[in-house]
Design a protein around this ligand. Structure first.
Ligand code: BES
Ligand code: MN
Ligand code: ZN
Length: 508
């Protein structure tokens, strides 16, 4: 998808479709009025009079509610040069923010694509900070443009060719030009992650994931090292290897480095991703029902690869090391068994209670390795637990932190990125659940508080390094089509990680 920044008068733009935001300035929620008439008061959020006039009649008709993601399309709108005018609901004006706007832009893309519209123009609403709003429209457009139908033989290529965004200002505005460039990089990197996650496990083995990371690194100028089984054993990554040993597919330890000239020695940000390209559960095998979904168990690793791509292109002056521990989790004659004891790279001994709790094993060594490489701050992302889905459903990812300052910075990055994550606890009391009778810790804390006890396990390997853990099991895969995003891989965490790294460079 190409993108163009324009400062034209919306009425004068020749385009297949002009998309504008409709807001409800009414005082009450629809349907909640106590016998009084609904006071909804629908307005188009633009100062372009001609656009408001073109929509005046349909708005006067009462057909437009302004409800979030509602779409109404007019053909040959009066006195506009555009062929169509698309009104996209943004909900209540008082709650309207770039968060809604991002998804509205995705909604516009997904509404227009199947109609054969290949290019359109989005008018950035007036009442939001210009750069943030522009960024939201472009990022949301990329999110909406992605479809996971790669292997359909009757696949209709329905991509949008060109998204033009009309902003207030002028071509000389460096801030807007920069926001545009950043947003394209964010959007493309998020979709790159989604492509990786979308691939089935026979087409995205650990080796293939490593190849994709290497090719991407070459394109954008990252250093990339890839290690196999020998090196993993040589490094004494006993936890990582215990998962990899059961599979005929060789594992891969992927290390990508962003070390820009002029970056300070410290901080060094480590991004560690779970890259299980298929999780059968191992000997503690999963039920057949729904097991096919476990191809997305490398979504944390893919998020780190996508984030490293964006970081390489945006060039924040901070060292960042991306590490992905890629392996299959298979049952076989070589597979580890419940009761086995493994020695992690850090020296901690782990009693394997459940071979299906494999993500924390590969991450234990990934986190320790990141510290050894000199990372002063760590973030991991993983489709780690079913329990986080029980706790937070498909809406919020779980975020865990052992450092308040780092959490606060990440919270701000989440806001800028428009991603939802909810903080979960890490009280010392939870550690009781991962005590072992025979080793230092067990790899499964059992059923209750499963997302927390998994995080407590990882905390043992982050030790005193400031660290965040993102459990994206419920959010890395969209269960249904939404108006703004296709069913399938979401690319969650990429934008937030990049915002976080960017801000870390500025504020360090
Ligand atoms: N990859 C799964 C977690 C998962 C579950 C992701 C559902 C997405 C959807 C992970 O490796 C796993 O199997 N976790 C176990 C841990 C348990 C054995 C302690 C789980 O959540 O059941
Ligand atoms: Mn598992
Ligand atoms: Zn897993």
């Amino acid at each position: 998808m190409k993108t163009k920044l324009s400062f034209a008068n919306p009425a004068e733009v020749e385009t297949e479709c002009l998309a504008v935001v409709v807001l409800d300035r009414g005082e009450k929620d629809r349907g909640e009025d106590r016998g009084e008439k609904d006071k909804s008061d629908v307005v188009i959020d633009t100062s372009a009079n001609a656009v408001r006039e073109a929509a005046a009649e349909i708005i006067a008709s009462g057909e437009v509610s302004g409800k979030i993601f509602e779409t109404n399309m007019l053909h040959r709108p009066a006195k506009l040069k555009a062929k169509r005018l698309l009104l996209i609901g943004g909900g209540k004006a008082k709650n309207f923010s770039t968060f809604e706007l991002r998804r509205m832009s995705g909604t516009a893309v997904r509404f227009l694509k199947p109609k054969g519209v290949r290019s359109f123009t989005f008018v950035v609403p007036d009442n939001l900070p210009a750069e943030d709003a522009l960024k939201a429209v472009v990022e949301g457009g990329f999110v909406g443009d992605f479809d996971p139908d790669t292997y359909k033989s009757d696949r209709k290529d329905q991509k949008i060719d060109t998204l033009t965004v009309i902003a207030k200002g002028n071509q000389a505005d460096a801030g807007l030009q920069r926001a545009m460039n950043e947003a394209c990089i964010m959007g493309e990197s998020q979709n790159f992650t989604r492509e990786l996650v979308n691939e089935p496990s026979n087409r995205m083995t650990p080796t293939m994931l490593a190849d994709r990371a290497r090719a991407m690194s070459q394109e954008v100028g990252l250093k990339c090292e890839i290690y196999g089984a020998d090196k993993i054993r040589e490094l004494k990554m006993g936890a990582f290897w215990s998962v990899a040993q059961g599979s005929d597919e060789p594992p891969a330890l992927i290390v990508m480095r962003h070390e820009p000239a002029g970056a300070p020695e410290k901080p060094v940000l480590g991004l560690v991703g779970k890259g299980i390209t298929f999780d059968t559960g191992g000997i503690s095998i999963k039920p057949a029902d729904g097991m096919e979904k476990m191809k997305y168990d490398m979504a944390g690793g893919a998020a780190m690869i996508g984030a490293m791509r964006a970081i390489a292109l945006l060039k924040p002056k901070i060292k960042v090391i991306g590490i992905v521990c890629a392996s299959e989790n298979m049952p076989s004659g070589h597979a580890q068994k419940p009761g086995d004891v493994q020695i992690a790279m850090s020296g901690k001994s782990i009693e394997i209670i459940n071979t299906d709790a494999e993500g924390r094993l590969v991450l234990a060594d990934g986190l320790h390795y990141a510290r050894q490489l000199g990372c002063t701050h760590l973030v991991d992302a993983a489709t780690l637990t079913g329990a986080v889905v029980v706790a937070l459903g498909y809406v919020n990812a779980g975020v865990f932190a052992n450092d308040e300052q780092m959490y606060e910075r990440f919270r701000q990055a989440l806001n800028r990125a428009g991603e939802k994550m909810w903080r979960m606890p890490l009280d010392e009391e939870y550690k009781e659940s991962i005590r072992s009778g025979i080793a230092d810790i067990v790899n499964s804390g059992g059923r209750w508080g499963g997302a927390v006890t998994a995080a407590m396990f990882l905390k043992e390997f982050a030790e005193d390094t400031p660290w965040l853990h993102l459990d994206i099991a419920g959010t890395a895969w969209m269960e249904d089509n939404k108006s703004w995003i296709a069913k399938g891989p979401s690319g969650i965490a990429v934008r937030s990680l990049v915002e976080f790294a960017k801000n870390f460079a500025d504020g360090a």
